[in-house]
Write a protein that binds this ligand. Structure first.
Ligand code: CMX
Length: 434
């Protein structure tokens, strides 16, 4: 067993009595109430999920295991010559809550390497799909196709004990994570790079290998590490995390659950917004014959979008009420590495103009940018211009968070999810009763 697995087991064992005690002795303590608006409006803000992996404060944004984004990046070990921490070190931290030593992070690297070989039939499945299939459909299909590999499903069929569910889920999570960079890069090069493929390099870490298989030179390895870490987790209620959690709660294995989560991430109000941002920007520039708009022109385009009944992609959030720190982290990266890039300048101009326009428009509760407003610009700059692909990269990163979460779900014995629905007539009755 690895240090990570041993540590995880120790942490789960220590946590179990806390969860059991709360459930048994304090199960009736009320932590929220639900109104009609929330029942109709997507359960917004209803407190009914538990996770210790990340917490989203509406003003401050995400904290991973209690650490803000800058604190997380500062705390994690780096390898010589890397500007960013490795994804491996971050996953150790996300899963256990402890910052790993450089050695512990290296052990995760070695572990993933030993699990990295993608079964050949996955590539056959991908190749059988029409080439113009959206890359998210391909990515989700590839994950689902591997379901036959599930350790959880096999052990469950053999009568595994409930207290061992976390172990089998962990094995599936690690096996899946180890393969995702290869699958994602394969889809990219099959679709967009003349069906040429680059084999993984066993010497490289998760982010480095992804950059290598994409065929993109440094510093895209560091870009990838940063991107995957930033997109990993955003507490439990967002569509991709919640879907993964929900499906896994039926004891569907991690392949079923993560594939479902990816399908949710593919929606334009969620992960697909990052491709929509680039599309929107390119549209603006196309209309102006390739020229960067002035602030006035930009304002007019923003209003056109809103009046056309469309959303401004990359702006607004279901929970956040300030600028997303994931946006800020990427903006700081751009300021350091691509300060003069015209798209970056344009994104900054949108940041100057859009919050005012959205506030005047008066609908959104949050006129500030989210993670997706900035991420595409970085990809574009380093040569990934096929913006359909951006959500796949989001999905590779998101896997870290949602898979860590379902390992813990099984560790703490969370129940199958089953909220209650009511009828419109019932709502009307309660409305009349005030
Ligand atoms: N542009 C225009 N209108 C917006 C808006 C935006 N960026 N954000 C919210 N609104 C509108 C909503 O559509 C809603 O309108 P209706 O009352 O007509 O339905 C109203 O403002 C109130 O919405 P809200 O409570 O502020 O936001 P929600 O919690 O309902 O939705 C989100 C949140 C993210 C779906 C929404 O802000 C949005 O559509 N943003 C654009 C898409 C986007 O960037 N998504 C990515 C989010 C991050 C991620 O998951 O990747």
């Amino acid at each position: 067993t690895t240090a990570l697995k041993a540590k995880l087991f120790e942490k789960i064992e220590a946590f179990r009595p806390r969860t059991q005690k709360l459930n048994k002795e304090f199960g009736n303590v009320v932590i929220d109430s639900v109104n009609i608006g929330q029942a109709i409006g997507g359960a917004r803000d209803v407190r009914c999920l538990v996770t210790d992996i990340s917490y989203l404060d509406p003003q401050e944004g995400i904290r991973f295991r209690g650490k803000t984004i800058p604190e997380t990046f500062a705390a994690l070990p780096r390898k010589a010559g890397f500007e960013q921490p490795t994804v491996e070190s971050f996953f150790y931290f996300l899963l256990t809550g402890d910052v790993p030593t450089a050695e512990q992070a290296l052990e995760v690297e070695a572990d993933w390497r030993s699990r990295a070989e993608v079964p050949a039939y996955v590539f056959d499945v991908l190749r059988a799909m029409p080439r113009d299939t959206h890359p998210m459909t391909m990515f989700s299909t590839a994950v689902l196709a591997m379901q036959r590999e599930s350790v959880f499903a096999h052990r469950y069929a053999e009568g595994m004990k409930k207290t061992d569910y976390w172990d089998a889920t962990y094995e599936d999570a690690m096996n899946l994570l180890a393969k995702l960079p290869h699958i994602a890069a394969y889809i990219y090069r099959m679709k967009y790079k003349g069906d040429t493929h680059i084999e993984p390099d066993a010497k490289l870490d998760f982010g480095g290998n992804f950059a290598h298989m994409m065929g993109i030179a440094k510093p895209y390895d560091d870009v990838s590490r940063m991107y995957f870490i930033l997109h990993s987790d955003h507490e439990s209620g967002n569509v991709s995390a919640h879907t993964t959690h929900l499906v896994a709660s039926a004891l569907s294995d991690p392949y079923y659950a993560f594939s479902a989560g990816l399908n949710g991430l593919a929606g334009p109000l969620h992960g697909l917004a990052n491709q929509e941002v680039l599309g929107w920007i390119q549209n603006v520039m196309k209309k102006l014959g390739g020229k960067i708009p002035t602030e006035e022109e930009l304002k007019a385009f923003l209003w056109d979008t809103l009046k056309g009944g469309q959303v401004i992609p990359g702006y607004g959030h279901a929970v956040l009420r300030k600028t997303d720190p994931r946006y800020t982290a990427q903006m700081e990266y751009c300021q350091k590495h691509l300060p003069d890039d015209p798209l970056f300048k344009l994104v900054n101009m949108i940041y100057k103009v859009a919050p005012g326009v959205l506030t005047e428009h008066g609908k959104t509760k949050n006129p500030w940018p989210n993670v997706d407003a900035q991420s595409g610009v970085i990809q574009w700059y380093y040569g990934v211009r096929e913006w359909d692909f951006y959500t796949v990269e989001f999905g590779v990163g998101r896997a870290l968070g949602v898979l860590a979460n379902i390992v813990w779900d099984r560790g703490l014995g969370y129940a199958i999810e089953r909220p209650k629905s009511v009828t419109t007539a019932m709502l009307e009755q309660w409305a009349a009763a005030g």
